[in-house]
Design a protein around this ligand. Structure first.
Ligand SMILES: *[C@@H]1O[C@H](CO)[C@@H](O)[C@H](O)[C@H]1NC(C)=O
Ligand SMILES: *[C@@H]1O[C@H](CO)[C@@H](O)[C@H](O)[C@H]1NC(C)=O
Ligand SMILES: *[C@@H]1O[C@H](CO)[C@@H](O)[C@H](O)[C@H]1NC(C)=O
Length: 353
């Protein structure tokens, strides 16, 4: 009995010694690691040579790769823009995601409008489609000559980007930043949303000597009046120092007005003293030529473009744009007399609003 007790106690002691020794090992290891860490941490600032050469090699290696990727992108951008530009270095730009690029979706209607419009087919040579995801880019390559891809790390733009969601806002701002780059490269552009149907060449209706001209949801009759309600889906911008600075200012204003759409931010900044001091000339395009579902261009004899604005959801847009294209085809099939008789008009908005 006593023997057993002694054995048990011995066992306990042995176990506890073993246990203790394991802890000691842990403690020693821990201390060593800590010492090593302290050594590294304190050595670094004291002896910069210890870490800096490795770090700088890493950084310069990384930035040279990054620079090469950037170079490659810029070369590609330059090539595509050079290839698509008109004689006066103007390009037509639109952006697309997968949902809009799918067969039977927005891209098909958009391209169709150029084909059935009056002398608009030739403008397709100057159109650059900027895909916001890989699938949209692939589809672009299938159907069009000038395609670019513009991706943003950590954001998937491929789904239908619902109005005013964080991804939608990111997509809009990415676009403004991209357009600034195009201006910096010396290209003028006509930016058009892909839900805008082109029926006539808009350049014939643009204002002369204007830096920035933009379509409107509602036009009040005075093209100089900043109280007009611009729509960011269609604008014509000349490349110069004023417009580059303006696009930087517009882009940077997103932080002043978080959660606002680029168009709403434009409305906040359009009368700002910054723009006045910059000397940027802004004019607003008449909805008689650049109409939309908000305010349709009533006369089919003069309409240039029609936008599926004031319309939410891809399906509703597609339905109304389909009707619009049909109306246009019917109009083009009329005799010259009937065209002028003004009986022809749009049946839209139909599904929208
Ligand atoms: C970057 O491109 C240059 C030539 O343009 C090349 O010499 C260099 O090796 C490239 N660097 C990397 C990291 O790819
Ligand atoms: C198409 O454009 C030409 C030249 O601009 C013009 O003469 C013709 O009347 C136009 N047709 C229609 C239907 O507007
Ligand atoms: C922009 O400004 C710079 C320097 O102020 C000038 O060299 C350049 O020619 C200007 N560019 C344009 C397009 O006006």
């Amino acid at each position: 009995m006593v023997r057993a007790e002694i054995n048990k106690v011995t066992e306990m002691v042995q176990t506890s010694v073993l246990f203790e020794s394991r802890n000691v090992v842990k403690l020693v290891v821990g201390m060593s690691v800590l010492t090593l860490l302290l050594f590294v941490v304190y050595q670094a600032p004291i002896n910069p040579l210890y870490l800096v050469p490795r770090a700088s090699r890493g950084v310069s290696g990384f930035s040279s790769v990054a620079r090469n990727v950037t170079d490659a992108r810029e070369t590609k951008l330059q090539k595509v823009l050079d290839c698509a530009a008109m004689d006066d270095k103007t390009v037509i730009l639109t952006t697309l995601n997968e949902a809009w690029a799918k067969p039977g979706s927005m891209l098909d209607l958009f391209l169709e409008s150029f084909r059935i419009g009056n002398k608009t087919q030739r403008l397709l040579r100057h159109l650059v489609i900027v895909a916001l995801d890989q699938k949209a880019y692939d589809r672009c390559l299938d159907v069009h000559a000038h395609c670019l891809v513009l991706t943003t790390e950590g954001v998937d733009f491929s789904e239908e980007a619902y109005f005013m969601t964080p991804d939608y806002l990111k997509m809009m701002w990415r676009r403004i930043d991209f357009l600034r780059t195009v201006l910096e490269m010396g290209f003028n552009f006509i930016f058009t949303d892909a839900d805008i149907m082109w029926f006539r060449n808009p350049t014939l209706r643009f204002y002369p000597d204007t830096d920035f001209q933009i379509a409107c949801d509602h036009f009040n009759g005075n093209s100089y009046d900043a109280n007009n309600m611009p729509n960011g889906g269609f604008n014509y911008v000349k490349s110069n120092n004023r417009t580059v600075e303006f696009y930087k200012f517009w882009y940077n204003s997103r932080t002043t007005y978080p959660r606002l759409h680029d168009q709403d931010v434009l409305n906040r900044i359009k009368k700002s003293s910054f723009i006045r001091k910059l000397g940027l000339t802004i004019r607003f395009l008449d909805t008689a030529y650049f109409g939309g579902l908000c305010e349709p261009s009533r006369d089919l004899n003069v309409v240039c473009t029609m936008h599926a604005n004031c319309c939410y959801g891809l399906d509703s847009k597609l339905q109304d744009l389909g009707i619009m294209l049909e109306d246009w085809r019917k109009f083009m099939a009329l005799t010259p007399e009937l065209k002028l008789s003004k009986h022809a008009s749009w049946r839209v908005p139909h599904n929208c609003r």
